[in-house]
Write a protein that binds this ligand. Structure first.
Ligand code: PGA
Length: 251
């Protein structure tokens, strides 16, 4: 499926049962009239199949929030790329700071997941971001370029076409304290230049971190912002639709 920009991605994290997912999509699906902007939803593993079924015939693309770094094996509790693809996922979020921080995923593991997801035909939302402490110490650029370098080394230019970056400063996620437009413009430009130089490719970058219906249009109008990664505000049909409508107006 061709990716439309601006791209608005909802990240539900560990929210919504199958029942709640169906309920959400029943009203949400009809509010997205035509494919003016990209609308993706990253749902819990258990919701992928039901969500794909409920969204059938609409422009909404379903995805996962994680995937194993191995294809199959004696790995209790893990979920593989072929499993999520068959369930209806077209993409997966990788490198999210909650996975890096809470589940101790290092750059090596994220790199293995990225390669395997891409080999399995998935698109990847590759998240990068600095902590407050790293920003205060002036390490932001070094942190972000290292995450890009280690996470994507050896990924071919052709494969990179299926990678969409998401800049999510760790201090802005779920904090109600989004980054400023100035910071977002500066970082997106820096990352785009770095990807062009280091990986020889043009890339798309989403902004994420405390995005809501009240601030979405500021970010969508900012230079170098190709869309948004939305956590809490994607859980409610009205607030998520409001963000999508703002993206449609700006387009
Ligand atoms: P938030 O989460 O919008 O709730 O801050 C964003 C994310 O973690 O992707």
């Amino acid at each position: 499926m061709k990716t439309h920009f601006p791209l608005i991605v909802g990240n539900w994290k560990m929210h919504k049962t199958v029942f709640e997912t169906r309920q959400f999509l029943r009203s949400f699906k009809h509010l997205i009239a035509e494919k003016k902007v990209g609308v993706w939803l990253a749902v819990p593993f258990t919701d992928i199949a039901a969500a794909a079924h409920a969204a059938h015939g609409s422009a909404i693309e379903l995805g996962a929030q994680n995937v194993s770094d191995l294809m199959a094996g004696a790995l209790t509790g893990e979920v593989s790329a072929p499993m999520i693809v068959e369930a209806g996922a077209g993409f997966v979020i990788l490198g999210h700071s909650e996975r890096r921080r809470i589940f101790h995923e290092d750059d090596g593991m994220i790199h293995r997941k990225v390669k395997l997801a891409l080999r399995s035909g998935l698109k990847v939302i590759f998240c990068i971001g600095e902590t407050e402490e790293q920003r205060e110490k002036g390490q932001t650029e070094a942190v972000l370029t290292k995450q890009i370098e280690l996470g994507l080394k050896g990924v071919s230019a052709d494969m990179l076409k299926r990678v969409i970056f998401a800049y999510e400063p760790v201090w802005a996620i779920g904090s109600g304290k989004p980054a400023t437009v100035e910071i977002v413009e500066e970082i997106h430009s820096l990352c785009k230049n770095y990807v062009a130089k280091y990986l020889g490719a043009h890339c798309h970058i989403l902004y994420g971190g405390s995005v809501n219906a009240g601030n979405a249009s500021h970010f969508l109008k900012a230079a170098g912002v190709d869309g948004l990664l939305v956590g809490a505000a994607s859980l409610d049909v009205q607030s998520f639709i409001e963000i999508i409508h703002q993206a449609e107006e700006i387009r």
